[in-house]
Design a protein around this ligand. Structure first.
Ligand SMILES: NC(=O)c1ccc[n+]([C@@H]2O[C@H](COP(=O)([O-])OP(=O)(O)OC[C@H]3O[C@@H](n4cnc5c(N)ncnc54)[C@H](O)[C@@H]3O)[C@@H](O)[C@H]2O)c1
Length: 245
C-alpha cells in the first residue's frame, strides 16, 4: 500500500540533496508532486513536475502554490526544504548581506510558502506541512550564527503554526537533521578530508546521515501515519545531541 497515494505535495528545493531524495521517495509512495526551486536544470533532471520560484518573493511563492492547485485540484502536503547555508564569520564581523539573505530565504521563504499553502489547506480543512530545520537550530554553532538563528526560527515558527491551525485539521512539524551527506558535503570532504573525520566524531554513531534518512522522517510526518503529531521537531542526528552537541 502506497503511503501517500494520490496526495498532492509541494517540495521546495526539490531538485537537489534532501529535497530530491524526498521527491523520489514521495513519488514511489504514490504522491503527485510539484517541485519548486530557484534553478531550473536540477529540477528538470529529476523527471518530476516542477516550477521555478524564489520562495522568499511573495508573488513567486503564491504562484507556485497556485500552480500545484491548478495542476492537481488541491494541496495536501508542503515540504519547506529549500534553504541556504552561506559562508559566515563571527557575529562581530558578519556582513549584513549574509545576515539578510540567510534570514530571507530560510525564515521568510518558509513562512511565505506556508502562508499560501495554509490558505488552500484551510479551505480543505486538512493538510500537513513539514519544515526542514537543522540540529544547529537547537544546539548552536560557532561561525554560523545567521544560519543557526534562522533554523531556530523555523523550529519555533513550526510550533506557532501548529497551534494556530490544529483546529482546522492542519498539522505542522519539523525535522532537524545533523550533517547530511549531500553532494555539497561530499565535495567539502573531498577538499578538506580532516573535516570529514572531525564531523564524523561529533556523532556517536560515527557517521553522518544520508538524504534518504531525512526523507523517511519527512515521509512519516507528511503522511497520515503521524495524524496525532503536530508542533514537533524530529531530530535526525546519529545521537549527536545526546551529549549536547
Ligand atoms: N546537508 C546538511 O548537512 C543539512 C543539515 C541540516 C539541515 N539541512 C537543511 O536541509 C535543507 C536542504 O538542504 P540540502 O543539504 O539538501 O542542500 P541543497 O543546497 O542541495 O538544497 C537546497 C535547495 O534549496 C534551493 N533553494 C535555495 N534558495 C532558494 C530560494 N530562495 N527559492 C527556492 N529554492 C531555493 C536550492 O536551489 C537547492 O535546490 C536546507 O533547508 C538545509 O538548511 C541540511
Amino acid at each position: 500500500m502506497e503511503r501517500l497515494k494520490d496526495k498532492v505535495a509541494i517540495i521546495t528545493g526539490g531538485g537537489t540533496g534532501i529535497g530530491k531524495a524526498t521527491a523520489d521517495l514521495f513519488a514511489a509512495e504514490g504522491a503527485k508532486l510539484l517541485l519548486v526551486g530557484r534553478m531550473e536544470q536540477p529540477l528538470k533532471e529529476t523527471g518530476h513536475s516542477y516550477c521555478t520560484a524564489d520562495i522568499a518573493i511573495s508573488e513567486q511563492a503564491s504562484a507556485a502554490v497556485e500552480t500545484a492547485v491548478d495542476m492537481y485540484g488541491r494541496l495536501d502536503i508542503l515540504v519547506n526544504n529549500a534553504g541556504i547555508l552561506l559562508p559566515e564569520k563571527p557575529l562581530t564581523d558578519i556582513d549584513e548581506a549574509t545576515l539578510d539573505e540567510t534570514l530571507r530565504v530560510n525564515v521568510k521563504g518558509t513562512l511565505l510558502m506556508s502562508k499560501y499553502a495554509l490558505r488552500k489547506m484551510f479551505v480543505q480543512r486538512s493538510g500537513s506541512i513539514v519544515n526542514v530545520a537543522s540540529i544547529l537550530g537547537l544546539l548552536g554553532a560557532e561561525n554560523e550564527i545567521a544560519y543557526t538563528a534562522s533554523k531556530g526560527a523555523v523550529i519555533s515558527a513550526t510550533r506557532a503554526m501548529a497551534t494556530e491551525y490544529a483546529k482546522y485539521g492542519i498539522r505542522v512539524n519539523s525535522v532537524s537533521p545533523s550533517v547530511t551527506e549531500t553532494r555539497m558535503i561530499r565535495e567539502l570532504f573531498g577538499r578538506e578530508p580532516e573535516l570529514e573525520e572531525k564531523l564524523f566524531a561529533l556523532h556517536p554513531m560515527g557517521k553522518v546521515g544520508t538524504p534518504t534518512d531525512v526523507a523517511y522522517a519527512i515521509l512519516y510526518l507528511a503522511s497520515n501515519e503521524s495524524k496525532f503529531v503536530t508542533g514537533q521537531n524530529l531530530v535526525l542526528d546519529g545521537g549527536r545531541s545526546i551529549y549536547g552537541g
